[in-house]
Design a protein around this ligand. Sequence first.
Ligand code: PPS
Length: 567
Amino acid sequence: ALVAPHGGVLRELYLPAAEAEALKRRSASLPQWTLNQRQLCDLELLLNGGFSPLQGFLGRADYDRVVSEMRLADGSLWPIPITLDVDEAFAAKLTENAQISLNDTQGTPLAVLTVEDVYFPDRIAEARQVFGTTDRTHPGVAELLDRTGSVYLGGRLQGIQPPAHYDFSSLRRSPRELRDWFHQHGWHRIVAFQTRNPMHRAHRELTLRAAEQVGAKLLIQPSVGRTKPGDVDHYTRVRCYRALLKHYPQDHATLSLLPLAMRMGGPREALWHAIIRKNYGASHFIVGRDHAGPGKDSQGKPFYDPYAAQHLLARHQAELGIEIVPFPAMVYAANRDVYVPQTEVQPEDEVRDISGTELRRRLQTGEAIPEWFTFPDVVKILRERHPAQQRQGFSLFFTGLSGSGKSTLAQAVLARLLETSSRPVTILDGDEVRRHLSKGLGFSREDRDANITRIGFVASEVVRHGGIVICAPIAPYASARTEARQLVEAHGRFVEIHVSTPLEICEARDRKGLYAAARAGKIKGFTGIDDPYETPVAPELRIDTSQVSVSEAADKVWEWLQTQALA
Ligand code: PPS
C-alpha cells in the first residue's frame, strides 16, 4: 500500500459534478476575487489534496501557530502559511460568513470560499519567523512585504473546477491520479525529487543513487508553478526533463509536474515539499544541499546553512511519515569518469564542476558544454532557448533634442549593420513612429510617455524574437526611458545613446523650421524651448554630432558594439 497522506486522508475539495455546476451558477452573484499567480497555485494544491490536511486558507488560529511553531492549531506539522491575502477595500465589503468566488484571470470561477476569519497579519513578524529574515533580497520576503495584501481571509473551500492548464497537460497529475498510477504500476516505494532547475548528469546520478540506496522507484516532480525570479522558464525545463528521462533505466523513473508557488523558504520549505510529496504518494523524499535556498542576502551571506534543511527534516522524521533521503552534492571525478557524492571524494580525485553561473556564461558565449556535465539533447534545448550573445536581439535607443542628429546617425548605424550581416533590423524613428504606431498622439507629457512606452513595447518584442531594433525618438523624460529599458532588458541588451548636440546647434540647424516656430510661439511645449529635456545620467554612449562627422559618429557606435560583442 502507498504511504498515507498527511493527516491520514487525501483532502480533495472538489464538489461532485452536479453540485459544482449549481455552485458555479450561484458564484456569479457573490463578491468576485481574481487570484494572483501565487494564490492560483496555492488554490490548485488545496483543491486537489496536495496540501492535505488543509481544507481551505488558514484562519487566524492556524496561521499564528504555523508561523510560530510550524504546526496547525490541532498540532499537526505544517511549516508554511497558506493564506488568501486581499486589500482592505475588498475585505471591508464582506459580511460575516460571506462567501466569495475565487476566479482565474479569465474570470472563470474555480472555487467558493466561505469566509470564517478576516484578520490583519503582522507581515514583518511572519517574514522573520517563516523566512528568518526581513531582507528583501529574499524573494519570499519581498513578495510578502511588498506584494501581499494587508488582510488575510481564512475559511473552507468548495471546489468548482481545477485551474486550466494548456501546457504539458498529460504530465500534470494530481495526487489522486499519481497514486492511481503508482497502484497500476505496482510501485510502492517511491523516492521523490524536487527541482526548479534544468537537470544534468549530476542530478541523474544523484537521483539514481538515492533510488538504489533505498530500493525505490523514482518520481521526478519539478515545481512549475512559480520558482525563483530569473530561473529558466518551465517550458524549457520540462523539455529538458523529458529529454533527460530517456537516459534513465526503463520503468524506474516517472516525471510529473507540481503546480507549486515556491517561497524559497529553505528548511521550512523543504519540510513543506516533503509533506506535499507524501500526499502525492511518495514514500521517500530527497533533500539535497541548500534545498529551496534563495541564495545570498544583501550582505553576501547565505540565508540558510546548506544543511539546515536536512537537519530540520531529520528532527521531524518520526512524525513526518515520509522518509527523508539526505544527499550531499554530487561532483564529477574526471580521473575516474564518475560522479561521486562530495563526501566520498578521494584525495587523488580531479574534481570538476560547472556552476549555474558558469553554465549561463557558456550558453552566452557559445562555448562548449562538456558531455560529462550534461547530455547533448539537453544542451540543444538550452541553446535554443538561450542563444549565444551573437544571436541575441538588442536595442539601440538614440535620444536627444529635435535636430540633434538622431535619425541621421541611426541611418548610418543601420547601414553598417546591413553591410555586415543579414540579421533582421527594425527602425523606430521618432517622426515615422508618429505617423503609424503613435498616430493621433500629441506632445503633452502623457502623450510623449505613451509614445515611448509603445516604442519600448515594440522594441522588446523585436528583441524577444532575436532581432535588432534601432529607436530614435526625442524621449525627453527619464522615467519613460527607464520604462523602455526595463521592457527591453527582459529579453536582451538596451543600449542608450544620448545624442548630446547642444541646443544652440540644433536650433541653428533648424532643419524643419520648428525651432523658429516655437520661438515665435506658434508651437507650444517644444522640447528644449518651453518643454524640458532631461539629460540621460548614465547612457551607454554619448555623442555630440557638432564635434564629429556622421561617419565618425557611426564609427564610435560601431566600435562600442564590437567591444560588447553585439556586432
Ligand atoms: S517624444 O517626445 O519622444 O515623444 O518626441 P518624438 O516622438 O520623437 O517626436 C519628435 C518629432 O516631432 C516633432 N515635434 C516636436 N518635437 C518636440 N516637441 C514638440 N512640441 C514637437 N512638435 C512636433 C519634431 O519634428 C520631432 O522630430 P525630430 O526628428 O526629433 O526633429
